[in-house]
Structures are given as C-alpha cells and as structure tokens.
Design a protein around this ligand. Structure first.
Ligand code: NDP
Length: 285
C-alpha cells in the first residue's frame, strides 16, 4: 500500500478563526454596553506561568476583553488568595476569574478552584462545572478538550458512532475529553497507566487522543490505518524543539488526519478560554 498524505489539522488557523468570531461578538456586546472582563491571578513568578499569563492578556487585548492582572508574591497565603477571589466573585464588573496553576505548594489548589464562583470559572475546573458536563447541563468546559472538539468539527471529522480512545485521565484533559466525545456520540474508551495491552486498545481507535505526557511515546504500532490522531502533549527537547506525545514522522503517514506539535492543539486552549469569557456574560444572566 502506498503512503497517503494525511490531512494536517491546522490549530493555528482554526484558533485564529475562533478568535476573530469572538472579536466580532465582543464588539457587538460593547455596542450594547457590555464589556467582558477577565481577572487573571498569578501567585509567584514561575517563568512558564508568566508566559501563559502574558499570552492570555494578549489574547484578551486582541478580542476586546478587559483583563485585570493580579500578580501576587510567592509568599501570599491561602487566606489572602481566597479573600481576593471572594472579592472578585462579588464584583459585578468581573465576568471571569482565572487562577494560573500550578500554585505554590503551601496553597491548596482544590480549595482555590472550589472558591471561584462556578459562573465565573472560565477554566471549567470547578466541581460544579465538571458535574454539569457529566450530566449534560450548561456550564464551562475545560479549554484544551473543548478546543479539540472544535478542531475535529471545523475539520469536518465525524465523531458520532466512531471508536474514540483517550490516553490519559487527568481532570483537566483526559476526563473532560472523554465526556465531550461521549456527548458528541462517540464510543469512548479511556486508557491510562494501568491499562493492559495499550496497543490493542489504541489500535481500535478511529479517533485517538494522546494526553499521556510522554514525548513521542505513540509510535506507529499504536495506530489503526486511517485513524485521526490528536496530540495533546507538549515537550521541549534539549535542542529547544517542541514535540508531542506522538511520534509525528512515523505516525502521520498512517493517519487520515493528525495535529502537528506545535500548531495543533496548543493554540486552541487560549481560543477556548476567550470563548468561555465571552460566554460567561450569558451564564451570569
Ligand atoms: P497528567 O500527567 O496529569 O496525566 C497523564 C495521564 O497519562 C495520566 O492519566 C496517566 O495515567 C497517563 N499515562 C502516563 N503514562 C502512561 C503510559 N505509559 N501508558 C498509558 N497512560 C499513561 O497530564 P495532563 O493530562 O495534564 O497533560 C497531558 C499532556 O498534555 C502533557 O504533555 C501536557 O504538557 C499536555 N498539555 C497540553 C495542553 C495544551 O494546551 N496543548 C494543556 C494541558 C496539557 P494515570 O492516571 O494512571 O497516572
């Protein structure tokens, strides 16, 4: 059999398209006197977190969302952080609240996530939003998996009825991913580190989502010919080059469609965060 050319799913283009749609929406809301506001809280100055926070602020500017930056010292106590969140919960002019993770070790992340008002939880991490997703009620959905659904839909890939395998069961990627694929009527299997014979499971997948956190672990032996492969992983090699959880060079020729790293899933996360911010106004009504 000759090698086929897979469809390369362009996350950069799709995220740009979503951001432009949101920009129009935000402008229309402004005409009605509604200005969307996102509060971004960072505790300490972890360099990776600072990059993410900077990117989020820039995306807000582009779309026309007002962003309020709270840069707190590493020594900030849990109580001080919870007090700030309570104040932002009460403010009518604040629509979204985002606490950049990870937090310093002396602050309990679960407690902080649980303190954000569910109607302002634009990351979709609050147990109430996770529960809402689980039982099909409206609420915020975790941005990375929500972005993957957009990638599939806007690339014309059918989910309904397909064998979907998600590798990874984290609260922010794997689990919400599985729930979203189920909501789209996929037949969903969730694999993880205790899965026996992972290859046998992944080889059944029409749509394979790799959120394993292991560089280039998914080689051609894991893939069914013609599968759609979504690579969530981001790893920086010693040379500074980015790679994913999938061995792209080896796997791509087998696929009908695949996301590259960078330029696949990565850009979608912020686009969906912006989507959640714009939608938050509706949820709060
Ligand atoms: P976690 O480390 O929280 O979860 C990894 C999951 O993979 C776990 O469920 C784990 O199983 C499973 N796993 C680990 N090793 C194996 C293995 N050998 N075989 C099968 N399953 C395995 O990671 P995240 O979900 O937070 O992130 C996953 C990847 O996605 C990372 O590379 C991260 O950098 C990237 N990421 C990218 C984002 C983006 O915007 N593109 C956003 C968020 C994450 P178990 O539960 O049993 O331990």
């Amino acid at each position: 059999m000759g090698k086929r050319m897979p469809q390369i799913i362009d996350g950069k283009a799709i995220s740009a398209q979503i951001k432009d749609e949101l920009k129009e929406k935000a402008a229309a809301m402004k005409e009605e006197g509604i200005e969307v506001t996102l509060a971004v809280i960072q505790v300490g100055n972890d360099p990776a977190s600072s990059v993410y926070v900077g990117n989020k602020k820039r995306a807000c500017e582009y779309i026309g969302i007002r962003s309020l930056a709270y840069e707190l010292a590493e020594e900030t106590t849990e109580e001080e952080l919870l007090t700030l969140i309570a104040r932002l919960n009460d403010r009518k002019d604040v629509n979204g609240i985002l606490v950049q993770l990870p937090l310093p070790a002396h602050i309990c992340e679960d407690k902080v996530i649980g303190a954000i008002h569910p109607a302002k939880d634009v990351d979709g991490f609050h147990p109430r939003n996770v529960g809402a997703l689980c039982i099909g009620q409206p609420g915020f959905v975790s941005c990375t998996p929500a972005g993957i659904i957009q990638l599939l839909k806007r690339s014309g890939i059918e989910i309904a009825g397909k064998e979907c395998v998600v590798i990874g069961r984290s609260n922010i990627v794997g689990k919400p991913m599985a729930l979203l694929l189920l909501r789209e009527n996929g037949t969903v299997t969730v694999a993880h580190s205790r899965t026996e014979d992972l290859m046998a499971v992944t080889k059944r997948a029409d749509i394979l989502v790799a959120a394993v956190g292991r560089p280039r672990m998914i080689t051609k032996e894991y893939i069914k010919e013609g599968a759609v492969v979504i690579d969530v992983g981001i790893h920086r090699s010693e040379g500074g080059k980015l790679c994913g959880d999938v061995d792209y060079e080896e796997v791509a020729p087998l696929c009908s469609a695949i996301t590259p790293v960078p330029g696949g899933v990565g850009p979608m996360t912020i686009a969906m965060l912006m989507h959640n911010c714009v939608e938050s106004v509706k949820l709060q009504e």
